[in-house]
Design a protein. Sequence first.
Length: 301
Amino acid sequence: MFKEFVEERIEGDGATLFVRRAGPAGAPPLVLLHGYPQTSAMWHGVAPILARSYQIICPDLRGYGRSDKPVSNASHEPYSKRAMANDIVAVMRRLGHERFLVGAHDRGARVAHRMGLDHPDCVAAMTLLDIAPTREMYANTSVEFARAYWHWFFLIQPHPLPEQMIGADAQEFWKLKCFNQAKGNNPFVPEALTEYLSAFADPLTIHASCEDYRAAATIDIEHDNADQGKKLDMPILTLWAKRGVIAKCFDALGLWRQRAMQVEGEALDATHYMAEEIPDDIATRMSNFFARNPIHAETTK
């Protein structure tokens, strides 16, 4: 899947992350962040294309895949998007990148949002795939959204309820959730699917991913509220699935314009797993956007 990519573990900020990376030395650095319940394998179609022109870094987020799974606490702080973002900044610095581009999907895009707020000097521009801001999605929950994104409300239940229910048949839970979001189809190549299911068989991964969602419903919103309206000031490209829940239930572009100063975007003909369904299109759109918004460009303050 990732021919010519180096695989290694790199120390973050409290967790050591498994990282895949490739690309020409001296090329602009671009970190790609995956979603739930996946790993960096989700970029198998996009990353090799972008690695022709960028230094591509694909980590497994803390709690996922082959990365560390720190012990959590009552506040869920170890799985806050702030903690996850701090890992990414630390990894990038260890690789010699003080400023970089970001492409992110699903949970990874929520990490990217927080990273842009907490570390604006590090993030030059970002592409966010198939999300609206977390706080606004919870605040604007409708019956239609709750039915479609039932996992948002299931995974935040107190430990150990969701962990025990998922652990009874983790593979079938994974397929139920993910194939449902792909309109009943399987958009995953066998090698990636094998990696996802293998990673999700670990009870520590199941617990950590529940903590990710518990943090999103609690401490992450506290962090958002504490920002007192501060907006992302780097250029943002948001792309969402025309056949997905974001398009059906939210005004993605309008919500991102409430949270960021420079936003463009559109819906694409795909379901939630767009990076795996239309990788050539995603890679092209990312590359074109980052070419127009390079690392050295000045941001609007």
